[in-house]
Design a protein. Structure first.
Length: 153
């Protein structure tokens, strides 16, 4: 019993730590260019405006300037892939920017943050898919915000 309690406690701490962090560091992001791309046949283009508003609210709360152009892009990307006999909607939140390579000092565009979730279309109406997509986008952005706050304490 004693070992079971220790195991549960250690597992819980590990899972909390694992969920809170990614391999990316979200420090020193003064400005971003917001992008929403929809490559889904099930979602109309209204989703782009809704996702953009969610991104704007998040960057405003984090005090990240999202007005005008920046070499750093924060993007929500929606695209479909086939998985076995189903079509799946992939929802990604990416941060891409120009970075210098250590070995040759050349600048390259790189993803400096990426997180993805998926929705299976099976037995879902277009309205359900839309609502679930907005919910998943909000969760991805919430995770981004939490890590940004942690990394910038």
């Amino acid at each position: 019993m004693k070992y079971l309690i220790k195991y549960i406690l250690i597992s819980s701490i590990f899972l909390v730590t694992l969920n809170a962090n990614t391999m990316y560091m979200l420090t020193k992001i003064p400005k971003v260019y917001l992008v929403v791309e929809n490559h889904s046949s099930k979602l109309n283009d209204n989703i782009k405006q809704e996702a953009l508003e969610i991104l704007k609210e998040a960057t405003k709360e984090l005090k990240i300037d999202s007005s005008g152009y920046s070499h750093r892009s924060l993007a929500v990307i929606l695209y479909e892939t086939a998985l076995e006999s189903e079509i799946v909607l992939n929802i990604e939140l990416d941060l891409g920017e120009m970075v210098k390579r250590i070995d040759d000092e050349n600048e390259v565009f790189a993803l400096t943050y990426q997180k993805r979730t998926q929705i299976a279309y099976k037995n879902k109406s277009n309205e359900d898919i839309h609502d679930l997509t907005i919910e998943k986008i909000e969760l991805l952005i919430y995770d981004f915000m939490e890590q940004y706050k942690e990394d910038n304490l």
